[in-house]
Design a protein around this ligand. Structure first.
Ligand SMILES: *Cc1c(COP(=O)(O)O)cnc(C)c1O
Length: 507
């Protein structure tokens, strides 16, 4: 019996050492300053505060305090992290070294182009590679995250129509399986969302789409935003007729390509007919992003949107010839640009990481990344399908969705996720996509071994057993974490970054 060998990790936080404020002792100090060799003078009294209750501790205690805090969070470097849609894969550490090279990290953004040729060459090459990977005419590296790439894409679509006098095109079609940022983007850009239902296979309901674009309605359609693969982890079987229908209505096609890790070397969105797409460099092309940033939401565009890209774009100003054997790179701003989205040139450190990642893997390597991401997701799906309900039982892309509920138990998706934490596993994405009740969206990524995947399956099967035999162990989970169930909304809205004793002083 495999499940019998599965044990929750013991609680490593039992007997937790006291908080740093409780360790404080008057006069204890963590620094050792030399005798001053300048005359002493008093600090301005009105700037000094004696009501700050700062702890007095040794260096050792400070180090332990911060190292312990760092271990309170789950991270890809400490355990499996199958958080659907977020692609929490292993990020090669060598990319971190590359991004920190002095020549890259310390280059001032206002350095003139002659002094920044190496950095410009890297960005130019990255632009070329990303365009090649997705089959687009060109890209813009500037958007700072996926959501900002989306925003840029919709502003470009709007400007394209307005420039043609098509000012009545204000509606964007968004399937109900889209990522939540998609409808938010449309609204932010001042356009209106028309929601499209999915059919029972998880594809866009083609009849509903045709109806939305029929007759006089066509003239108000600015375009469509579709997540590929969808947040159900599915590649829409009707993608070509969908693109055709919207183009026939005069609309443009936006693809949310945050999850290009399911498509590299298999499908080029540009060849499917998409007009604009964003990549998430921090997902597909590696960069640690669990802490919320920085990101890079590069956009790729078809020929007709090239002039609308947000700049600056790196271009060759002078071809290699005669006494200089490398081309001279410089900045350009496309003639009808929607304008700048960000100071300077985007998150350059992420461009370095993505460059290193693509360079190391090469074309066939990137295709392997995709094949393994898809294989791992399908392996989990096949092994779990008899234990959890799969609303869309078909081959998936890099992720798949299950229902976290059972006919004979009151356990919910949240309980299952909390219980996973007892086993040192990060929960999958919960309650998203919205069209699946008690959704658990699972994305193993390509970098996990079969042993890790098998352990996850064994834990999930064991949890399904507990849901029936001992549901309270799930209702009360997690049992082994430094804090138990949190009010996540309150935690985000009323962020408290200080320790309690200090807070009292501040009040
Ligand atoms: C992550 C993600 C986004 C948003 O990207 P951010 O960089 O977090 O703004 C958009 N769409 C999909 C499908 C995603 O997975």
């Amino acid at each position: 019996m495999k499940t019998a060998t599965i044990e929750a990790t013991t609680n490593q936080y039992d007997g937790l050492e006291p908080l740093i404020y409780e360790l404080s002792a008057a006069g204890r100090i963590g620094v050792n300053l030399p005798e001053p060799d300048v005359p002493l003078s008093d600090l301005p009294a009105d700037l000094l505060r004696d009501d700050l209750n700062l702890p007095e501790v040794s260096e050792n205690e400070v180090v332990r305090h911060f190292v312990r805090l760092s271990q309170f969070n789950h991270a890809i470097d400490t355990g499996f992290y199958p958080l659907g849609s977020c692609t929490m894969k292993y990020n090669p550490k060598i990319n971190e070294d590359a991004a920190r090279l002095t020549g890259f990290a310390h280059l001032h953004p206002l350095t003139d182009v002659e002094g920044a040729q190496g950095a410009l060459a890297l960005m130019y090459q990255l632009q070329e590679w990303l365009a090649e990977i997705s089959g687009f005419a060109g890209v813009s590296l500037t958007p700072a995250a996926g959501a900002q790439g989306e925003f840029a894409g919709i502003l470009m679509i709007r400007k394209y129509h307005v420039d043609r006098g098509d000012t009545q095109r204000t509606k964007i079609l968004v399937p109900d399986s889209a990522h939540g940022t998609n409808p938010a983007t449309v609204t932010m850009a001042g356009m209106q969302v028309i929601e499209l239902p999915s059919d029972k296979e998880g594809n866009v309901d083609l009849e509903a789409l045709r109806e939305a674009c029929a007759g006089e309605k066509a003239a108000s359609i600015a375009g469509m935003m579709i997540t590929v693969p969808s947040t159900l982890g599915l590649f829409d079987r009707n993608i070509l007729p969908i693109v055709q229908t919207v183009h026939d209505a005069g609309g443009l096609m936006y693809m949310d390509g945050a999850n290009m890790n399911a498509l590299m070397g298999v499908v080029k969105p540009g060849e499917l007919g998409f007009d604009v797409m964003h990549y998430n460099l921090h997902k597909t092309f590696s960069t640690p992003h669990g802490g919320g940033g920085p990101g890079s939401g590069v956009i790729g565009v078809a020929q007709r949107l090239m002039d609308y890209r947000p700049g600056p774009i790196v271009d060759i100003i002078e071809e290699a010839a005669g006494d200089h054997d490398a081309p001279l790179y410089g900045w350009t701003q496309p003639p009808k640009t929607i304008g700048r989205l960000k100071a300077f040139h985007g998150n350059y450190g992420m461009h370095v990481r993505a460059y290193a990642y693509i360079r190391v893997y090469g074309g066939t390597g990137l295709n392997d990344v995709t094949r393994h991401a898809v294989l791992n997701a399908n392996y989990l799906r096949a092994r779990l399908k008899d234990h959890y309900k799969l609303p869309y039982p078909r081959i998936c892309g890099h992720e798949f969705v299950m229902e976290g509920r059972f006919a004979d138990s009151d356990v919910r998706a949240l309980d299952i996720s909390k219980r996973l934490m007892d086993y040192g596993i990060h929960p999958p994405t919960n309650y998203f996509p919205l069209i699946v009740p008690e959704a658990l969206l699972i994305e193993p990524t390509e970098t996990e071994t079969k042993q890790t995947l098998d352990r996850f399956v064994d834990v999930m099967i064991s949890i399904a057993g507990e849901a029936r035999e001992n549901p309270d162990i799930l209702h009360d989970a997690p049992h082994n974490t430094p804090v138990r169930r949190l009010d996540e909304v309150k935690a985000a809205k009323q962020l408290v970054l200080c320790c309690a004793p200090l807070m009292k002083q501040v009040d």
